[in-house]
Design a protein around this ligand. Structure first.
Ligand code: MOS
Length: 753
């Protein structure tokens, strides 16, 4: 394995004026490769001699495997090996041990226990996919089954130590009971959200190959270094002996943040047979070992004075985790940051169920919590006879509630006003069921506030400028479809002061400096700032060479006295005096200048400021009064998330998020049989997702926001915020259309009849 799989540089179709790549609406540089089928996803790799593996998965949700017909599978033509707990390689580390952050417990054939439906219980390895699949079927497991605990009422309720990846299970300030007692208007309502599955288009494939103790892996991942570390620990080798290629992901949404059990099984299978092994789970097999969004039951109590000012905000969340691990959907976090109130209480409780472990899923916590809070606020507005947008403005948080920290930036007021104007919110009737369109459909509108934290993780990058004036930037960044190949290259080109056509940009391989995790909407901030720092290092070295050289027109200008653009350094105080990178390097006798840079959270800034992106989403729905059918007819979102690197890609992220919000409000729900714990809809036909015809006219408004604190580039995340606000806005619009408040998400037509 030598070459890094990177796409050939393709010609961007947008404006590529030198030194001004940031801010340009470039199309995806990897787009043409994907359209032509030339982008190599993990499962497209087939090293010579590769065998195919198929999973045999549990059809019970709790118990033990008592028998597998290994002989029948082995007798099938083409089957090379059957991997069961009897012969599976023993791992160097207990896969249930959690001594490192971002570790999730894995079921990888180390015992005969079944902890959830669709858990792998054996792997069949064969010369063809067909033989492996048939071999897996022939195993016909028998079980000692126990009654599974399925559904939020099934398990014992307890208070977890933490929620999400370490957030407190409870937080708040002030006296909520006193606030409620003092309120002139109160509401208390309970909202339910279902289990949801990521359903990335690309399954969690792995093509694994061992050479001695070195492992080469083609595998989609949102975090190369995390995956290297996890696999190295499991196999008892060094992280540097694991080479992972992940140039493209067909979606991740959090489910590829950590290696999934089946990806580990592919590595084990390759070890067992001593040949490369490719394992691609089926769609159904992704319902179980790849994580999901846990269900929630949320009770919101609000108190307000007659003017609509909140006196108390109480949010109780009951959620679920697996019987054996501890990720809990942190649905209440959003309540701690969204609205001002003298008393706020957020409390999570949980039950343990016989399901796979929930995992971060696009806007983990914020998506579920936002729909409850935004619905509750709407219910309060109705009781107060107040415009729901006015109610939100009356409770605008000037500083972050609970912590009292100022926001590093917060252009939410502009989001409300620009969104409302574009949507045509003014003049909306306060009462529900007031409007019909000319076909007789009930028309309603609703609003929701969007918010998501502006995160940054640790990341590094390498950069260089060569004597011919071209440059390279490289880091282990990841593109799961969001446009990192393009947006990060724009940051790189501007950082080096060269045009996109002079830039070689590499990412998506574990051979490159770690760019952290592509998650938490923090990848552009993390990878982008690492690139910015690495490129800045190169430019500073160039400037030091030139400004110290009496033969240079830049002599004496000092590092801060020059700027890099168009492949040249130019004096700030005298734009007429400049010198090309090529000339500077030639005179210095240097072939290249290399630099490194890193990014990470600034503890001082984090201590002093709250950092979040914000937005406002407006929805219009039309409901058939006879059939209850709901159509979203318009969606307008206005978002402020710091600096915009590429408006086309940012808008695309907002659209994707808003579509997910629509899906959350009206479509998605994983159904399990409570008796068996098995899925009733583990396929894309019955797990409802919106199709193109479900998606209305959409508008995403990019509200200008400068932020000098959040990070050097001033970027916040845009990947997840679109879901928040949207689901609540749609739920509120359904109420406004019909006068019926559905608190059981998704809102389906049967609930309106
Ligand atoms: Mo996202 S749920 O952080 O990939």
């Amino acid at each position: 394995m030598t070459a890094t799989s990177v796409p050939a540089p393709s010609t961007p179709t947008g404006d590529t004026r030198h030194g001004s790549s940031i801010g340009q609406p470039l199309t995806r540089r990897d787009g043409p490769l994907k359209v032509r089928g030339q982008a190599r996803f993990a499962a497209d790799n087939l090293p010579p001699g590769t065998l195919h593996a198929a999973l045999c998965v549990a059809r019970i949700a709790r118990g033990r495997v008592t028998g597998l017909d290994v002989a029948a599978a082995e007798a099938h033509p083409g089957v090379v090996a059957v991997m069961t707990p009897e012969n599976a390689p023993k791992l160097a580390k207990d896969p249930d041990l959690k001594d490192v952050p971002f570790t999730f417990r894995l079921d990888v054939l180390q015992n005969d226990r079944v902890r959830y439906a669709n858990q792998p219980v054996a792997v069949v390895i064969a010369e063809t996919l067909e033989a492996a699949t048939e071999g897996a079927r022939l195993l016909a497991p028998t079980y000692a089954a126990e009654t599974p605990r399925i559904g939020l009422n099934a398990g014992e309720v307890f208070t977890p130590d933490s929620v999400g990846v370490g957030a407190p299970a409870s937080e708040g300030e002030g006296d909520v009971d006193a606030g409620l007692a003092a309120a002139s208007q109160k509401i208390a309502a309970t909202y339910e959200t279902p289990a949801q599955y990521h359903n990335a288009m690309e399954p969690h494939a792995a093509v694994a190959q061992w050479e001695g103790d070195r492992l080469t892996l083609h595998m989609p991942t949102q975090g190369l270094a995390i995956a290297q570390g996890r696999l190295a620990a499991l196999f008892g080798i060094r992280p540097s002996d694991i080479h992972i290629e992940s140039p493209y992901l067909g979606g991740g949404f959090g489910s590829k943040g950590v290696p999934a059990g089946p990806q580990v099984l592919a590595c084990m299978a390759a070890k067992l047979v001593g040949r490369p092994v490719k394992l691609v789970p089926t769609r159904a097999q992704m319902y179980g070992p790849m994580g999901h969004r846990g269900p929630t039951r949320q009770t919101v109590r609000l108190g307000a004075d007659a003017g609509g000012k909140l006196t108390a905000l109480d949010h109780h969340i009951l959620t679920a985790s697996s019987s054996f691990d501890d990720f809990f959907e942190p649905a209440g976090r959003v309540t701690s940051t969204l609205y001002a109130s003298p008393a706020i209480a957020v409390r999570h409780e949980a039950v343990r169920l016989d399901t796979g472990t929930p995992l971060f899923m696009r806007a983990p916590g914020e998506a579920s919590g936002s729909v409850a809070i935004e619905s509750a606020l709407d219910e309060l507005a109705h009781d107060l006879n107040m415009d729901p947008l006015e109610l939100r403005l009356a409770n605008y948080a000037e500083v972050e509630p609970i912590t009292g920290k100022p926001f590093s930036s917060k252009a939410l007021r502009e989001c409300y006003s620009r969104g409302a104007e574009a949507f045509g919110w003014a003049g909306r009737p306060l009462k529900p069921r007031q409007t019909r369109d000319r076909d007789g459909f009930l028309v309603g509108t609703g609003v929701g506030t969007a918010t998501f934290p502006a995160l940054i993780f640790e990341g590094q990058a390498r950069a260089e400028i060569r004597a011919d004036g071209t440059g390279t930037v490289e880091l282990g960044a990841l593109d799961m479809g969001q446009g990192a190949w393009t947006a990060l290259a724009q940051i790189a080109a501007d950082g080096l002061g060269i045009g996109m056509e002079a830039l070689t940009f590499r990412m998506g391989s574990s051979d490159l400096p770690s760019a952290g995790i592509a998650g938490g909407s923090g990848h552009t901030a993390t990878a982008g700032n690492a690139i910015h720092a690495a490129a800045g290092d190169v430019v500073a070295q160039l400037a030091a060479l030139a400004t110290a050289d009496p033969a240079s027109p830049l002599y004496g200008a000092g590092n801060a006295g020059v700027t890099a653009a168009n492949g040249r350094l130019t004096r700030r105080d005298d734009p007429g005096r400049s010198e090309s990178f090529a000339d500077i390097l030639a005179r210095a006798g240097r072939a290249r200048i290399e630099g490194t840079g890193k990014a990470g959270a600034d503890p001082a800034a984090q201590k002093s400021y709250a950092m979040h992106a914000h937005g406002a989403v407006f929805a219009e729905v039309k409901v058939d009064p006879d059939l209850g059918q709901i159509r979203v007819s318009r969606l307008v979102g206005a978002f402020a998330a710091g600096r915009v690197i590429n408006p086309r890609l940012v808008r695309s992220q907002y659209y994707g998020g808003m579509i997910w919000g629509l899906s959350f409000a009206l479509h998605e729900r994983a159904e399990m049989d409570p008796r068996t714990g098995r899925f009733l809809n583990d396929n894309l036909a019955e797990y409802h997702l919106p199709v193109n015809a479900d998606i209305p006219a959409m508008e995403a408004i990019l509200v200008h926001e400068d932020d000098a604190v959040v990070n050097a580039l001033g970027v916040k995340g845009v990947g997840e915020i679109g879901i928040t606000g949207t689901a609540g806005a749609i739920a509120n619009a359904v109420w406004h259309a019909t006068g019926m408040r559905v608190r059981d998400i998704p809102i389906t037509l049967d609930k309106l009849l």
